[in-house]
Design a protein around this ligand. Structure first.
Ligand SMILES: Nc1ncnc2c1ncn2[C@@H]1O[C@H](COP(=O)(O)OP(=O)(O)OP(=O)(O)O)[C@@H](O)[C@H]1O
Length: 252
C-alpha cells in the first residue's frame, strides 16, 4: 500500500511545554488508524499538526509524497485532508442540510429548487450518517450524538481522502457508540481515517491499525492484535483495562 501520510521526527512545543518529542507515524491509504494514549499524550496536537492548525516546532509531514509541513489548513483541505474536531464546528442557526451544503459548495447555500443535484448529494450525505429524516431541522434542535454524526457528514461532504476525527465517540451512550461504529465502518475505503479515541471498544471495532502515543512519542504502532498483545503497551497504558474489557492479560 502507498503511504498517504508520513510524519517524521515531529516535535511540538506549547511555550516551555514539550508535547511531541520526535513522533514517527506512517498511515497507508485505506487504513482506519487509531491514535490512543493517556490524557495529555499529544494525540489532539498531532491531529492539529496533520490538519495544519498548528505547525511543528521541528520535523516534517508528507501527504501523498509531498512536504506539507508549512502548508496552511485551506491548502491541505484542498489536497484532501478533512477534519472534524472535539469541539463542534457546526453553524447552529442553520439546518443539518444547510451545514452539509456549505461543505459541499465551499461556503454557498443552495437555492431551494434550483440546485437539485446538490440537494441529492446533501440528502445522501445525511442518509449515510442516519440523519436523513432530520435534514431540515436546525442544528440547535439536534441531540449531542446527532451533532457528532452531522459533523462527520460535513467532513465527508468535502470528499476528503484523509479524514481526521478527534474523539468521535466522546459523550455518546453505548447504543450511540454502536451506531457510530457502524457509520465509520460504512465509510468508503477510498477515505482513509485517522482518529483519536479513548473508547477502546470503538478503537478495536473500527481500527485496522493502532498507534499508541506516550510521553510525546509513538510507543507502538501495529495491528490492533499486535497492540493488544504488546507487553510494552500493556505496561505503559492499557494494563488492567485490557483485561477488563477484552479479556487479555495485562503486564509483561
Ligand atoms: N493550545 C495549547 N496551549 C498550551 N498547551 C496546550 C495547548 N493545547 C494542548 N496543550 C497541552 O498539551 C498537552 C497535550 O495536549 P493534547 O490535547 O494534544 O493531548 P491529548 O493526548 O489529546 O489528551 P486528551 O486525551 O486528554 O484529549 C497537554 O498537556 C495540554 O494541556
Amino acid at each position: 500500500m502507498i503511504d498517504l501520510l508520513r510524519c517524521q521526527d515531529v516535535h511540538h512545543r506549547y511555550g516551555a511545554l514539550s508535547v511531541l518529542r520526535g513522533v514517527r507515524l506512517t498511515v497507508a491509504a485505506g487504513e482506519r488508524h487509531a491514535l490512543i494514549g493517556p490524557n495529555g499524550a499529544g494525540k489532539s496536537t498531532l491531529l492539529k499538526l496533520i490538519a495544519g492548525q498548528e505547525r511543528p516546532s521541528a520535523g516534517t509531514l508528507h501527504y501523498r509524497g509531498r512536504d506539507v509541513t508549512r502548508e496552511p489548513v485551506h491548502r491541505r483541505a484542498r489536497a484532501g485532508i478533512g477534519r472534524s474536531f472535539q469541539h463542534s464546528t457546526l453553524l447552529g442557526s442553520l439546518t443539518a442540510a444547510q451545514n452539509v451544503a456549505l461543505a459541499l459548495t465551499g461556503g454557498r447555500l443552495l437555492a431551494r429548487h434550483t440546485d437539485r443535484q446538490r440537494r441529492a448529494e446533501v440528502d445522501a450525505a445525511l442518509a449515510s450518517v442516519d440523519l436523513g429524516d432530520l435534514a431540515d431541522r436546525p442544528v440547535t434542535a439536534l441531540s449531542y450524538s446527532q451533532c457528532r454524526r452531522l459533523e462527520i457528514a460535513v467532513a465527508l461532504a468535502a470528499k476528503p481522502q484523509l479524514l481526521l476525527l478527534d474523539e468521535p465517540a466522546a459523550g455518546m451512550s453505548g447504543e450511540e457508540r454502536s451506531g457510530l461504529v457502524e457509520l465509520l465502518r460504512g465509510v468508503p475505503p477510498t477515505v482513509t481515517i485517522v482518529f483519536v479515541e479513548h473508547d477502546l471498544d470503538v478503537v478495536f471495532d473500527v481500527a485496522t491499525r493502532v498507534s499508541v502515543l506516550h510521553l510525546g512519542t509513538v510507543l507502538h504502532s501495529g495491528t490492533p492484535e499486535q497492540v493488544r498483545r504488546s507487553p510494552e503497551v500493556q505496561q505503559a497504558y492499557l494494563g488492567g483495562r485490557m483485561e477488563e474489557v477484552h479479556g487479555v492479560p495485562g503486564g509483561a
